[in-house]
Design a protein around this ligand. Structure first.
Ligand SMILES: Cc1ncc(COP(=O)(O)O)c(C=O)c1O
Length: 403
């Protein structure tokens, strides 16, 4: 007899799968960062004493590493603290309070809006909500946001100041922006002269297949289109080394970097250069990073495969139920028929399995169709993931039976 939802409930599972965190084994891959911390010392290549204040834009070799990773000129990269989300928050807070190059402080306008391709990253939306920025849902395709919609909105509405973009292995749809989409984003006319692409390249190195996808260089595309200042690129090593102790980067035009320097000099006297030095010595170069990412892939890929296998076995053929098979990143999107996502999450919770709240991937937490679930397979063990996938499938089946 196949397992039922009630059987699953009897197992008394206790698992929190709500966030896309690296698993402990992934963190262990960078253990040397801790074990060799003492041997790294505190003197940089050029003799900078990393224990002391200063170097607001980051240690020179940390900026060089960032430039190699992001394929942009060193002078256009800032190496910061551990979190790229923090950089995104500050960029928007600075824009609201002081404006970005080429514009007035955003707060001077009655209405400020940001385009949000959906489903998207809940913490992007939380920043907008906290700062009182209106969010406009944008339909998302496999090759990026619906560009006809984006272009018409941005060209006609000066209150739209930016768009969130996760160009590679988007959270949570797995979308990969095509070259055509990147070119159109870079070139489209904008009613707001200070319009920005908030380019969150969080999953740039997080491949799950042999094909290492990449996206068009957005700084080059913007410069080629005469919009040199349009893109602000954010990235970090949070899911390369330590989620809570890595290094984040901001890359942008020279004018944007100067703006950033001016604004951030009020906020800090300099980043944690000791951690930056440790990361430079540990990763060394792009090849070092790619080797490490292969080790991550070996741990993560079987978990994605386990979810796909369980869904195919238990949900295959159900009308209106689909899921994606991302080529990278940290998430799988599961779509229920309209109106069943919240109920599925509730039933899973009753069986001891905590999922990301339904609707989390939409501005204000509202999925208009109540059909999207974000599945985060990385943190639990492989056995737990197998069981959780079964639990999700059985919870959805039970929800569908209730009508
Ligand atoms: C799209 C995206 N951006 C940023 C982050 C967080 O980045 P950081 O750890 O650098 O703050 C995440 C984490 O899940 C993410 O999915």
């Amino acid at each position: 007899m196949p397992m039922t939802y009630n059987d699953f409930k009897q197992l008394g599972m206790r698992l929190d799968m709500s966030r896309g965190k690296p698993a402990p084994e992934q963190l262990e891959l960078s253990r040397a960062l801790l074990d060799e911390a003492g041997t790294t010392g505190f003197l940089s290549r050029d003799g900078i004493d990393c224990r002391n204040y200063g170097h607001l834009l980051g240690l020179p070799e940390a900026r060089e590493l960032g430039a190699a990773f992001l394929e942009v000129p060193v002078a256009q990269v800032v190496a910061g603290g551990n979190s790229s989300l923090e950089l995104m928050h500050d960029a928007l807070a600075f824009a609201m309070l002081f404006g970005v190059p080429g514009g007035e402080p955003w707060r001077k306008q009655d209405d400020i809006a940001v385009l949000c391709p959906v489903p998207g990253y809940d913490r992007h939306f939380a920043i907008c909500e906290a700062l009182g920025i209106r969010m406009i849902n944008v339909p998302m395709n496999d090759d990026g946001p619906d560009m006809d919609f984006v272009e018409s909105q941005v060209a006609s509405d000066a209150s739209i100041k930016a768009i969130w973009c996760v160009p590679l292995y988007s959270n949570p749809s797995g979308a990969i922006y095509s070259a055509e989409v990147v070119r159109r984003l870079a070139a489209m006319p904008a009613a707001a002269p200070d319009f920005r692409l908030l380019w969150d390249d969080a999953y740039r190195f997080h491949h799950l297949t042999d094909q290492k996808h990449s996206t068009l260089n957005v700084l080059d595309a913007c410069a080629a289109a005469g919009h040199e200042d349009r893109a602000l690129i954010f990235a970090s090593l949070s899911k390369v080394t330590f989620g809570g102790g890595a290094m984040a980067f901001l890359a942008a035009s020279k004018r944007n970097v100067d703006w950033w320097q001016q604004r951030v000099s009020v906020r800090t006297i300099g980043p944690d250069k000791l951690n930056q030095l440790r990361h430079v010595r540990f990763l060394r170069d792009r090849a070092g990073l790619e080797r490490l990412m292969e080790c991550h892939r070996a741990l993560v890929e079987p978990k994605f495969a386990a979810i796909a296998a369980a869904f195919a076995e238990h949900l295959g053929g159900l009308e209106g139920v689909t899921w994606n098979a991302p080529a990278g990143g940290y998430f799988i999107s599961l779509y229920t028929p309209p109106g069943f996502a919240k109920r599925t999450v509730a039933l899973a919770a009753e069986a001891g399995l905590v999922l990301t709240p339904a609707g989390a991937a939409y501005p204000y937490g509202r999925d208009p169709d109540d059909r999207h679930l974000r599945i985060a397979p990385t943190f639990p063990t492989l056995d737990e993931v197998r069981l959780a996938a079964l639990g999700i499938a059985l919870s959805l089946r039970r929800a569908l039976e209730e009508i």
